[in-house]
Design a protein around this ligand. Structure first.
Ligand code: NAP
Length: 343
């Protein structure tokens, strides 16, 4: 098939640059437009923002355009916009009949907007099918970067043993704050409790993903999540320490078996062969050793042990800008194509 033209809104940012990197030579998508703010529009991509990833900027000479439906013509756009900007810009693209695959949190908890991890709840995409039949645009979102490692592990545990309550503490990389992110004063030689609404996102979004599929709307899973979020001086890779109370009382070995045998129901170009890998090492997962597993799309889980307070505790880690952002959105766009929702 000929490749589908796509664009990036927020192409100069931390997530936007990852999109550029990951979309090079994509089998289904051809990146044709880069959009950002008025500060960047009209500039060559290499002049709008310095390239912050390893290797050369693959689109250095491309011209950045404004993030408007008039300037961007692609039928499918990836959004790596700040929340407040996304709240204005994404609906404008939907009104113009476009598909918006978004990383931003602006509409993640909107009850008619699917919030999807393809291995877990691809069926939630059906909420937009009616709108699409009538030719309307829609927004599809992926979760917050800290939700990814915990939700990937909670999904098979919920299916097999029933999740009743969760506590989570995060150790989040600085790339999760975008560029320039936190000041050096706050993060160098320091750890920094998250001052924003991260804990609320981590407490809500997994419950939407693991909630019952209702026609056209979300029903949140019933269990509570208590979250504490902290930024640490690490470049890429969010680690979470999770404790979970399970309805059934599985052994540690049963939990390990359920997590290591977990597979999603579909195959897509950006999904790894194994969504979860387990590590037996006492001192892993760590961002340095495990964030790039499965080309940054695999979640690594370790230190699975009986919990003295709830039932089971473990650490889980994911690459926050790949599995937690650009890679997650590209997989969601592949799901749109696979489900025949593009045309
Ligand atoms: P970032 O580095 O601050 O980049 C923000 C982007 O938005 C830049 O391209 C910027 O363009 C553009 N922008 C700002 N104001 C604009 C406007 N008025 N009109 C059009 N474009 C505008 O942020 P980021 O870390 O890439 O995050 C992007 C989004 O992804 C956020 O919603 C964030 O919450 C979400 N997210 C991030 C991560 C992560 O790990 N970083 C993970 C999951 C989700 P200019 O360069 O022209 O200003």
């Amino acid at each position: 098939m000929s490749r589908i033209p796509v664009a990036i809104l927020g192409a100069t940012g931390m997530v936007g640059q990852r999109f550029v990197q990951l979309l090079q030579d994509h089998p289904w998508f051809e990146l044709v437009e880069l959009a950002a703010s008025d500060r960047s529009a009209g500039k060559r991509y290499e002049n709008a923002a310095p390239w912050r990833l390893a290797g050369a900027n693959p689109l250095a000479g491309s011209r950045v355009v404004a993030a408007t439906p008039e300037a961007v013509r692609a039928p499918l756009v990836f959004s790596a916009l700040d929340k407040a900007v996304a709240a204005e810009v994404e609906p404008a693209f939907v009104r113009a009949g476009r598909i918006v695959v978004s990383n931003a949190s602006a509409f993640r908890m909107d009850e008619a907007v699917p919030l999807i991890i393809p291995e877990i709840n691809p069926h939630h995409i059906e909420w937009v099918r009616d709108a699409r039949r009538q030719g309307a645009g829609f927004i599809l979102t992926n979760p917050n970067c800290t939700c990814i490692p915990m939700t990937m592990a909670l999904a098979p545990l919920n299916r097999h043993f029933g999740v009743e309550a969760v506590t989570v503490a995060s150790y989040q990389a600085i790339s999760g704050a975008g560029y320039p992110g936190e000041s050096a004063w706050d993060i160098l030689g320091n750890v920094h409790p998250h001052p924003g609404d991260e804990e609320q996102k981590v407490a809500e979004e997994p419950r939407k993903i693991l909630g019952a599929a209702m026609p056209g709307a979300a029903q949140l899973a019933a269990f509570p999540i208590s979250a504490r979020c902290v930024r640490v001086p690490v470049v890429d890779g969010h680690l979470v320490a999770v404790s979970v109370r399970l309805r059934e009382n599985p052994t540690v070995d049963q939990v390990k078996e359920v997590l290591s045998s977990f597979r999603g129901p579909i195959t897509l170009p950006s999904l790894p062969e194994r969504p979860i890998v387990l590590t037996a090492a006492r001192d892993r997962p760590t961002p340095r050793t495990d964030a790039d597993t499965g080309a940054g799309m695999t979640v690594t889980v370790g230190r699975i042990e009986a919990c003295e307070v709830l039932t089971i505790k473990f650490f889980a880690l994911a690459h926050n800008v790949i599995r937690g952002a650009a890679g997650a959105a590209i997989a969601n766009a592949e799901l749109i194509v696979e489900r025949g929702l593009l045309g």
